[in-house]
Design a protein around this ligand. Structure first.
Ligand code: MSP
Length: 640
């Protein structure tokens, strides 16, 4: 019988456009959902947007929109993006949906009636960015750890949720269910947090301060705190309390979130559920953060990765594969286009793509594109461990994917691909084809290879659904909706002899990074020339930028980064600066040159090297040209 499986992503704030981080979590949820359909589980996949609160009101104001207009627009960006990334969500929830708002009111009332919400005057340290109060011990150097600014002291009467009452219950629950929060490091983090007494949670905001929220049913002059509203999406989307979906899927609920929102999901949420008399979720699966070129992704550094751009440049399946293969679920990872291209060229173009086109080409050459019949006389002799390798790959893959260890699951498939490539080399079908006496062997070898490809096409389905379908069509399995089901993959000899194959294709063309970079540089160059002059600034704004003359003392390439050079410069003091000028300058050309440097730019790590400052340069169709001075001056001289 089909087992139910329910997976959710966080609902994303609509104060920012969707980026790499949102794409990763949502693709991971899509992969796990597709993996469960391989075992014929009955699945439900939820994502959506978080649209209430002060943060959103401020973002709307900045764009001269009403909150309603603004949330509709940005929520629409998320909703439109997901099909482009082959996200197979069943439902898209918005916290401004009336049905969701009604559930929030019902649950608030229920917890209030049970006596777990009380009214009290409170004076505390409030961070407007986070929309929450902080305790002294949570601050870092007196500042909010997320916004690095000091919170303001405000005094207000508010409603509080008695979390402290459930602290021991939560500790016991986590201890009795070792994989309630996984991987372990996050379980330990939550338990460590619970060693300190838990403060009650302020769950109201007076309407005099914020109106854009859900009104407390028992206090019309207040709206509820965004997290109390947002977390309830996971049950409201299923039609809590009576919906059929709720009855089927809630008992098996699993969430995926990143480490940034561990506390609301690992502490507030189970306690809210307990207080409302709702069973707690089954697993909280927590992943790490994607950094970009070794730095935190941020608008101000300008390193925010747009998922659609990656799809358009490198292809959707390659992008999905890279994200799932390169991040160890639970740990942070680094995103760079260099690493992405290396993966595409090595794993996809070389290992898988070559294997696929080689085997299909041979099947056409030796058997007119028809699947040959494996020969029982030589079947065993020509197997060379291939079938057991396939089984081992499937076993490791299944165990790993089920635990969200996507990188391990994919590594197991690639181990099998390596076996397949070796099998081609060892059996040398082109030699077997030369001799009529080895026809039986040739039939068996080509059959085995096609069969191996069939299994691979099924195993890659959750991560690369388009490529899987493409392989399936070429293997003569078009129209077979169950081609990726595990029951099919575990039986060797699933491919029917006599079936017509399609002509060989290149699944993943190799990427020439230099060419790609030249193209994007040219694009950037022409865009820059078309770019209008930016809006006016005052002399005070300009004086914040500390421009200095610096002499390049030495220069060298940055390993694995074709664009970057690492420079040691003298600007009165010695500094290391990493600059994307390797396409236009050799290290030798730069030594001794006097360049202009933004000396007070916040340091950032690029490919593992800490860069303290930035070179001023112009980019046009000819490449990058570094700005220099007319005459030599003392290093460190400021520009004004
Ligand atoms: N609205 C809340 C969540 C409420 S859920 C009931 C929120 N929204 S968010 O837009 O800030 O999304 C946070 C989530 O986006 C992270 O938990 C993670 O899933 C994803 N990511 C955002 N940046 C990320 C990275 N740099 N790396 C990986 N994932 C990250 O918090």
């Amino acid at each position: 019988m089909a087992s139910p499986f329910y997976i959710t992503t966080p609902i994303y704030y609509v104060n920012a456009r969707p980026h790499l981080g949102h794409a990763y979590t949502t693709i991971a949820a899509d992969v796990i959902r597709r993996f469960h359909t391989m075992s014929s589980d009955q699945t439900y996949f939820l994502t959506g947007t978080d649209e209430h609160g002060d943060k959103i009101v401020r973002a709307a104001k900045k764009e001269n929109r009403t909150p309603r207009e603004y949330v509709d627009q940005v929520s629409g960006l998320f909703r439109k993006l997901w099909p482009e990334l082959n996200i197979s969500n069943d439902y898209f929830i918005r916290t401004t949906d009336p049905a969701h708002m009604a559930v929030v009111e019902t649950i608030l009332q229920r917890i209030y009636d049970a006596g777990d919400i009380y009214f009290s005057e409170y004076e505390g340290l409030y961070c407007f960015g986070c929309e929450r109060f902080y305790t002294e011990r949570e601050l870092v150097d007196g500042c909010c750890p997320d916004h690095q600014s000091p919170p303001e002291t405000i005094k207000e009467s508010n409603y509080f949720f008695k979390m402290s009452r459930y602290q021991q219950w939560l500790i016991d629950h986590i201890k009795q269910h070792p994989d309630f929060i996984r991987p372990k490091r996050y379980r330990n983090e939550v338990l460590a947090f619970l060693r300190e007494p838990l403060d009650d949670l302020c769950i109201s905001r007076p309407k005099s301060r914020i109106k854009w929220g859900i009104t407390l049913p028992f206090a019309p002059e207040y709206v509820t705190y965004v997290w109390f509203d947002a977390l309830l999406n996971y049950v409201s989307a299923l039609g809590y309390p009576d919906g059929e979906l709720y009855k089927t899927y809630w008992p098996v609920a699993q969430h995926i979130v990143a480490k940034d929102i561990l506390k609301p999901h690992g502490i507030y949420w189970p306690i809210m559920l307990k207080a409302a008399g709702i069973p707690v979720y089954q697993h909280l699966n927590v992943h790490g953060y994607w950094n970009v070129d070794q730095s935190k992704m941020s608008k101000s550094i300008g390193n925010v990765v747009e998922p659609l751009e990656m799809k358009n440049v490198y292809g959707l399946d390659a992008f999905r594969f890279f994200l799932m293969r390169d991040m160890v679920f639970g740990l942070d990872s680094n995103f760079s286009e260099e690493a992405l291209v290396q993966r595409i060229n090595a794993d996809l173009a070389n290992d898988l793509g070559n294997l696929f086109s080689r085997v299909l080409t041979m099947a056409h050459k030796y058997f007119d594109g028809v699947v040959p019949e494996p020969n029982p006389d030589v079947e065993k002799e020509m197997d060379l461990g291939l079938e057991s390798n396939a089984r081992a790959a499937i076993d490791t893959y299944t165990a790993s994917m089920g635990e969200f260890a996507f990188h391990k699951g994919l590594a197991a498939v690639w181990e099998f691909i390596t076996h397949m490539n070796k099998y081609v080399d060892v059996t040398a079908p082109w030699v077997l084809a030369k001799n009529k006496a080895t026809r039986k062997q040739l039939e068996t070898v080509i059959y085995n290879l096609l069969e191996g490809l069939r299994i691979i096409s099924g195993l890659i389905y959750p991560v690369m659904p388009d490529t899987a379908a493409n392989m399936q069509k070429h293997l003569g399995l078009a129209g077979d909706d169950d081609f990726y089901k595990l029951a099919r993959l575990t039986s060797w000899r699933g491919l029917k002899p006599g079936v017509k194959l399609r002509k060989s294709i290149s699944l993943f063309p190799r990427i020439d990074l230099d060419k790609k970079q030249r193209q994007s540089m040219e694009k950037a160059g022409s865009q820059k020339m078309d770019k209008p002059i930016k809006s006016e600034i005052t002399i005070d704004d300009f004086s914040k930028i500390d421009l200095r003359v610096a002499t390049v003392v030495s220069a060298q390439a940055v390993p694995r980064a074709k664009k970057l050079l690492q420079l040691e410069v003298d600007l009165g003091e010695k500094r290391t600066i990493v600059s994307g000028i390797a396409g236009s300058y050799t290290p030798e050309e730069l030594v001794g040159k006097q360049v202009i440097v933004v000396a007070n730019l916040k340091p950032a790590k690029l490919m593992g090297v800490l860069s303290k400052g930035m070179l001023i340069a112009a980019t046009d169709d000819a490449g990058v040209t570094v700005a220099t001075l007319d005459k030599s001056v003392t290093p460190g001289t400021p520009l004004s």
